[in-house]
Design a protein around this ligand. Structure first.
Ligand SMILES: Cc1cc2nc3c(=O)[nH]c(=O)nc-3n(C[C@H](O)[C@H](O)[C@H](O)COP(=O)(O)OP(=O)(O)OC[C@H]3O[C@@H](n4cnc5c(N)ncnc54)[C@H](O)[C@@H]3O)c2cc1C
Ligand SMILES: *[C@@H]1O[C@H](CO)[C@@H](O)[C@H](O)[C@H]1NC(C)=O
Length: 638
C-alpha cells in the first residue's frame, strides 16, 4: 500500500516539476539586451512619433506572426517578448495613443498619468526589475518614493489619526508597532501570514500553465490547498483574517487600507490578493522617471525592430474566423459538417472555425488584417462578449468562463493642475489614503449602493498623490507647476445613462453630478494639504466609469478589470481562465488572465508568452536575474 502511495507521490511531483520547468521554445531573455542609457526624451512631438502612430492599412506589416488587441502593459509586454525571439507582431489600440492604463494626457499644460501611481518590487537584481530592464532595453528608469511611501488618514478632520506606512521587511512592522503599542503579537502574526501567503503565488502560475487534466487532478483531490498556503488562504476574506488578529479598529483599518489597489472591500477581498499587495511594497515603492508615457515609449521600438508595429486609433470590432466550410469545401467534408451541425457537436463548432485575423473599424469601413494568431489584451468581457461571432460566443466552454467572472468596481479619477512647486505646496513623493472612518466595509457598501447625489456628497475613501512630486524630471519640464491625482470608486450605474453621449460633451446633468464628486473630494484635499488653496487651482476635472470605457476600453468602467473578490481565487477559476482560450490560436493577456496592477498585468503577459513560446518565462526571468547579478558584480570588480 505505502509503496503505491510513495510511487504515486513521486510520479505526481515529477509531472508537476516537468510543467514547472518546461522549456522547448526560444528564450526572449537569453541575452542581456540592456543598452547604455540614452538622454531622456521629453519633447511631446518626439514622444508622439512613437506613441501616436495612427492606423492605416498601408502601415500594416506583411506576414504577421501575431496581432495583439490593446496596447496596455499586458499587450505591449507579450508583443515585446515575441519580438525578442524574432516574431513580427502588430499591436492595435483603440485610443489615440499607446499605453492603456500607462498612457498620459495633457490638459492646460499639465501632464497627467492615468493608472500608474506606484509600483513595488523594483529593487535592482530582483527578477521583476531585471525583466522590465530587458523589456525596455535598459532605458526605463525608476525613482523611489519617500519612506514612508503611504500615509493612512482615518476619521473626520477634527479627529483625524495619521499612520505612516514604511517599506522594509523589518521597518514596516517596527514602525507599525510604534503606532500601536501592545499590538506587537498581532502585527507579527499579520506579517507572517502575509509573507507566507504571498510567497505561494507561483502556484497560481502553475495552475495556469500546467495541462488541464493535471490542474483538475490537483483541484479535485484537494491537493491544491494542501500544497499551497496561497490557495489555503485565498478563500478567506480579509476582514475575517484581521478580525481574528486584533480588536483594535484602527489597526484593523491599517492592516487593510491597501484594498484600494485591487478594489474589493475587506469583507469581499481574498486574503491571498491582499497578501500580494502587502509583499509587493515591502521592499519599497517606485515611480517611472519622466512619467508613465516613458514605459510604452521604450517598449514600442523593440516591437518595431523585429518588423512589427504599434498602431493607434485602431478599434478592433471583431475577431475574424474562416468557416472551415469555406476553406475545405469537399463533398465528404460538407456531409460531415451537416452531420455535426444537426447533432450539435460543440467541439466540432470550435474546430470548424479557423481564426484568420481581426477587423479594424475605420469610420464605417471594416479593414481586415490577417495573422495566424490573435492575442487579446482587451479583457475577458470585451473579447468574449463583443469580439467573437455569435456561434462561438455561445460555446459552453466560453459561457462557462464568463459565468465564473464578474465586472470589477468602476473607478473615479480627479485630476488637478496647480500653480506652485512641490515645495510651495508641501507635496512629497508619497500617497495619502484618506478614509472618513475606520469601518471600511460599512463605509464602502453604503457609498457604492447609495443614491448617486448622496454618495457624491461624501466620498468615504480617497487616494491622493502628486505625480509631479514623484518625478525628478518634472521641475525641468513644468517649472513652478504641480499636479495632484485623486482616485476613488464609483458605481457604473450612476453614470450609465450618459454612456452613449459625446465624451467631451455629455450635457449639463452629467457635468453637475461630476461637479458634486469634485467638490466633496476637493474639500478633503484642502483640509489635508493646508498649503493648497483654491486660488492655486488652474485645472480640475474628473473621469468617471464611462470615461474609463472611452479611454481604456473598460466595458463597465472597471478600474482593475474583472472582480478580484474571493471567487476570483478559487483554484477552478485560476486554472480555467488561462492564456489559452477554448478557441485555437486565440490567447488572452493582461490583468484579466493573471491579476491587476502593473505587475499583475505584466505577469499576465509573461504567462501568455510562456504558453505561446512553450517555456516557463517566469523561471527565465529568475535565471536572468541571477545572471545579471553575477555580471553586475563582475563589472563592479567584486
Ligand atoms: C486610476 C488607476 C490607478 C491605478 N494605479 C496603479 C498603481 O499605482 N500601481 C499599479 O501597479 N497599478 C495601478 N493601476 C492598475 C494598472 O494600471 C492596471 O491593472 C494595468 O495597467 C492593466 O494593464 P492591462 O494591459 O491588463 O490593461 P489596460 O492597460 O487596460 O490595456 C487594455 C487596452 O486595450 C485597449 N482595447 C480594449 N478594447 C479594444 C479594442 N476592441 N480594440 C483595440 N484596443 C482595445 C484599451 O484601449 C486599452 O488600451 C491603476 C489603474 C487605474 C485605472
Ligand atoms: C501663479 O502664481 C504666481 C505667484 O504666486 C502668480 O504671479 C501667477 O500669476 C500665477 N499664475 C496663474 C496662471 O494663476
Amino acid at each position: 500500500m505505502w509503496v503505491i502511495v510513495l510511487i504515486s507521490c513521486v510520479a505526481l511531483i515529477t509531472v508537476i516539476l516537468k510543467y514547472v520547468f518546461f522549456s522547448s521554445g526560444p528564450d526572449p531573455f537569453e541575452k542581456d539586451s540592456r543598452e547604455p542609457l540614452k538622454p531622456m526624451v521629453h519633447d511631446k512631438k518626439e514622444l508622439n512619433k512613437v506613441l501616436k502612430q495612427g492606423f492605416l492599412a498601408s502601415k500594416v506589416p506583411e506576414n504577421l506572426d501575431a496581432i495583439v488587441i490593446g496596447s496596455g502593459i499586458g499587450g505591449l509586454g507579450v508583443a515585446v517578448l515575441l519580438a525578442k525571439v524574432g516574431k513580427k507582431v502588430l499591436v492595435l489600440e483603440q485610443h489615440d495613443r499607446a499605453g492603456g492604463c500607462c498612457h498620459t494626457f495633457t490638459e492646460k499644460g499639465f501632464e497627467f498619468d492615468v493608472g500608474i501611481h506606484y509600483i513595488g518590487d523594483l529593487l535592482d537584481h530582483k527578477p521583476f526589475r531585471c525583466m522590465l530592464d530587458q523589456m525596455t532595453n535598459g532605458q526605463l528608469q525608476w525613482e523611489p518614493l519617500e519612506n514612508p511611501f503611504d500615509q493612512v488618514l482615518l476619521g473626520p478632520p477634527e479627529n483625524r489619526r495619521r499612520y505612516p506606512i514604511y517599506s522594509g521587511r523589518n521597518r514596516f512592522p517596527e514602525e507599525l508597532k510604534k503606532c500601536f503599542p501592545g499590538e506587537e503579537k498581532a502585527i507579527d502574526e499579520y506579517m507572517r501570514l502575509a509573507k507566507k501567503t504571498g510567497r505561494g503565488i507561483w502556484f497560481l502560475a502553475l495552475l495556469k500553465l500546467c495541462p488541464v487534466p493535471l490542474a483538475k487532478f490537483l483541484i479535485y483531490t484537494g491537493l491544491v490547498k494542501h500544497l499551497s498556503f496561497f490557495f489555503k488562504m485565498a478563500s478567506r476574506s480579509l476582514t475575517d483574517v484581521v478580525n481574528e488578529l486584533t480588536e483594535n479598529k484602527d489597526l484593523r483599518a491599517v492592516f487593510t487600507y491597501i484594498f484600494g489597489t485591487y478594489g474589493n472591500m475587506p469583507k469581499d477581498a481574498s486574503f491571498a490578493m491582499h497578501s500580494l499587495l502587502v509583499t509587493h511594497y515591502l521592499n519599497g515603492a517606485w515611480y517611472p522617471k519622466g512619467g508613465a508615457a516613458q514605459i510604452a515609449y521604450h517598449m514600442i521600438p523593440i516591437i518595431e525592430k523585429a518588423g512589427g508595429a504599434v498602431l493607434v486609433r485602431a478599434p478592433v470590432n471583431r475577431i475574424l474566423f474562416n468557416s472551415a466550410k469555406e476553406a475545405y469545401g469537399g463533398t465528404a467534408f460538407l456531409a460531415l459538417w451537416h452531420w455535426a451541425e444537426t447533432h450539435g457537436g460543440d467541439t466540432f463548432t470550435a474546430f470548424a472555425f479557423m481564426l484568420s485575423g481581426v477587423s479594424v473599424l475605420k469610420g464605417q469601413e471594416e479593414i481586415h488584417v490577417h495573422a495566424p494568431m490573435v492575442i487579446s489584451n482587451a479583457g475577458i468581457f470585451n473579447t468574449y462578449e463583443s469580439l467573437l461571432p455569435k456561434e462561438l460566443q455561445a460555446l459552453p466552454d466560453i459561457q462557462n468562463q464568463l459565468s465564473m467572472v464578474k465586472h470589477g468596481e468602476g473607478g473615479l479619477s480627479i485630476f488637478i493642475g496647480l500653480n506652485g512647486s512641490k515645495e510651495e505646496l508641501g507635496l512629497k513623493a508619497d500617497n495619502y489614503w484618506i478614509f472618513t472612518e475606520n469601518n471600511y466595509d460599512e463605509l464602502v457598501e453604503k457609498y457604492m449602493n447609495g443614491e448617486r447625489e448622496e454618495s457624491s456628497r461624501k466620498i468615504p475613501l480617497l487616494f491622493v498623490a502628486s505625480p509631479s512630486a514623484k518625478d525628478p524630471t518634472w521641475e525641468q519640464r513644468s517649472p513652478g507647476k504641480s499636479t495632484l491625482s485623486l482616485v476613488s470608486f464609483a458605481n457604473y450605474a450612476w453614470f450609465e445613462e450618459w454612456k452613449d453621449g459625446k465624451v467631451t460633451n455629455r450635457g449639463p446633468d452629467y457635468k453637475d453630478l461630476k461637479q458634486g464628486f469634485i467638490d466633496s473630494a476637493l474639500e478633503v484635499v484642502l483640509d489635508a494639504f493646508p498649503k493648497i488653496t483654491r486660488d492655486k487651482i488652474e485645472y480640475i476635472d474628473a473621469g468617471t466609469p464611462i470615461t474609463n470605457t472611452h479611454y481604456i476600453g473598460a466595458p463597465k468602467g472597471e478600474i482593475y478589470g474583472i472582480d478580484h473578490g474571493v471567487a476570483r481565487f478559487s483554484p477552478e477559476l485560476s486554472s480555467t481562465i488561462r492564456p489559452q482560450t477554448p478557441l485555437k490560436n486565440l490567447y488572452l493577456t493582461g490583468q484579466d488572465v493573471f491579476l491587476c496592477g502593473f505587475a499583475g498585468a505584466l505577469a499576465g503577459a509573461l504567462t501568455c508568452g510562456s504558453v505561446i513560446l512553450n517555456r516557463n518565462l517566469h523561471l527565465d526571468a529568475i535565471a536572468l536575474a541571477k545572471r545579471t547579478k553575477h555580471l553586475n558584480n563582475k563589472l563592479k570588480g567584486e
